[in-house]
Each structure stands twice: as C-alpha cells, then as structure tokens.
Design a protein around this ligand. Structure first.
Ligand code: GLU
Length: 310
C-alpha cells in the first residue's frame, strides 16, 4: 500500500490491510533506531528475529525507526546499512525509513482525533511528579491541538500478554503510566505510534526484540486495540550486559559492530543465544545453518545475559 492510497482513504486502507495480509503466515522484523551505531546487543536482536522468522517459513524485513530526528546519531544509519550488508541479512521487502512516512502517522493521528481518543496537553514533563504517572490534567480542557503534545486516553483495565520467553506480563496503563504521548510538542511522532502503525501496515505478526522494550508492550497492545489492529506475538530477548552490569548502548559506550569481523561476531551472537554452534563461513551460510538449528528453548532465561564483554 502506498502513502497515496493510505491518505486517500485512511479508514478504508486500514481495513483493507486486514483482509490482504494472511495473519497465519509468520512475518517478523528488525527495527533499529539510528541513535547510535549497531552494537553486539543489536546483532543478537537481528539474529534472533531473523532465525525465528525463517525457521517458521516466514518473512523478515528491516525498518529504520528514525522519527526522533534530534536523537539521530550522525553516521549511524550508514553503519546500520553497512552491517546489514556485510552480515548478509537480506530484508524480504525494501527497507523502509519512518521519516519518509510522517503523513501516514498524521493520518492515524487524525483518525484518533475523530474518535476523540486523543487530546492536546500543555503539561511539561516536570509537572508529572516523581512517579512520572500522568494524572490526566488536560483531558477535559479541550485545548487546541496546534503546537501541543498529543496524548491518548487510556482506560482503567488490565492489559496482559504472554511473552514467548518472559511469560505473562500485565499492566493497568491508567494506574502505571496514565495517558501517554503520541506526538510531542515539537511535532515529533512518538515511537509508540510509529511502531504500532508500521507493524500493522507491514503485516507483522511476530515481534522479537530486546527486553528493554518489554514495558512498552502494553502501551502498544492498547494502541493497536484502539485502532482495531490485530494483536501480535511477542518475544523479548535477554539483554547483553557489559562488565559493569549495564545494558550495551551508545550511552554505555558499547563498541560499534566491526564490519570486518562479521563471521566471528555472528558466531558469537549465535552462541550467546544458546544455539547449537555454527562453523565460521560466509555470513549467509552461517545464518542458514543457524536457521535450521534454531530452538527458542535454548535461549538463556531471564532478561539479562552477563559475562559477555563486547
Ligand atoms: N527502534 C527500536 C530500538 O531500536 C526497536 C523497536 C522495536 O523493536 O519495537 O530500540
């Protein structure tokens, strides 16, 4: 579906996608944000999402999540694309970039506006109090939408899902978080909205990603429900920690993946995921072998993996 189709008849296009895409066929994705170069933790996510999809005869696609322009780190998009290339990860459809899809997210914002599910909010972050729970101060103020943050109304209900690795997870968004932001005051579309809309429009059925995103899942399930999108299957991988017990990230100075060491790094990632070993070879052959051997029962339990010093 093109942006033009979507904009022409957003509500029709949304229902069309549900009929078009066979939700029985596995469709997975790897969705890095260019907020820093890919590191070993990102490689774990790429390998696991790829092997899980391919071992079930599914498709696997890459999407670059670059709506948060101020957080984009110079050169990281190039590094991501370079790594995908040298690690020989082949996206089954052309890679999409969220920054090219802003009209689509705006069309969904319009839909939510029409359904009176969102409202403008002028509260600053520092007004939220120490627990960061938003108490709905602006819900009934009917403020104009221009130049304000937009929040979605959440309801007092328990949202639960069974993660394929982490088990049952529940949250009452009203108690735990409050109405959350979908579009920021500076006009940036929030990750929660973009990820839900694109997973839906791209026909994604299974999400495999790091356990740092576990707590975002109830928000995404809720938003999908409000938009009448089908529910996805989730698998949150344990996070690779550095020798100081911190999650690998740009902030903790994780090493960027070295494209010259693709086979060795791939072999190590497969090992860290608890999978049967693969011999050093061309990356696509190593990946093919990892796919045939893929067994999620072997992935380490819990939300963290330590003792790997990348
Ligand atoms: N773009 C997110 C990140 O790099 C991942 C989003 C997702 O997998 O849902 O952390």
């Amino acid at each position: 579906m093109t942006v033009e189709d979507y904009l022409a008849k957003p509500s029709l296009a949304l229902t069309q996608r549900r009929n078009d895409v066979s939700l029985t066929r596995y469709s997975g994705r790897f969705a890095p944000s260019p907020t820093g170069p890919l590191h070993f933790g990102s490689l774990i996510t790429a390998v696991a999402s790829y092997c899980d999809a391919k071992s079930q005869g599914g498709s696997w696609i890459v999407r670059i999540e670059d709506t948060d322009i101020p957080r984009i780190y110079k050169g990281s998009e190039e590094h991501i694309l370079k790594c995908l290339d040298v690690f020989e990860f082949q996206s089954d459809t052309p890679i999409i970039f969220q920054k090219d899809r802003l009209e689509i997210y705006e069309a969904v914002i319009d839909q939510l506006k029409q359904k009176q599910q969102i409202y403008a909010c002028q509260c600053r972050r520092k007004m939220l109090g120490s627990n960061h729970i938003y108490t709905g101060t602006c819900r009934s103020l009917a403020l104009p939408f221009e130049n304000q943050a937009l929040r979605i109304k959440v309801s007092d209900q328990n949202i639960c899902f069974k993660d394929r690795l982490q088990g049952q997870h529940c949250s009452n968004l009203q108690h735990d978080l409050g109405d959350f932001v979908l579009k920021r005051r500076d006009g940036i579309i929030n990750y929660q909205l973009a990820v839900v809309v694109d997973d839906y429009l791209q026909g994604i059925t299974h999400v495999v990603r790091g356990a740092d995103l576990l707590d975002n899942t109830e928000r995404q399930i809720y938003l999908a429900e409000v938009l009448n999108y089908p529910q996805l299957q989730y698998m949150h991988l344990p996070l690779v920690m550095n020798d100081r017990g911190q999650k690998l990230s740009k902030q903790t100075h994780a090493h960027a993946l070295d494209p010259n060491k693709a086979p060795e790094l791939l072999q190590q990632a497969i090992h860290v995921l608890g999978q049967a070993p693969v011999e050093i070879d061309q990356p696509h052959r190593m990946l093919a072998q990892a796919v045939t051997q893929w067994d999620i029962q072997r992935i380490p339990k819990g939300t963290e993996i330590s003792g790997i010093y990348q």
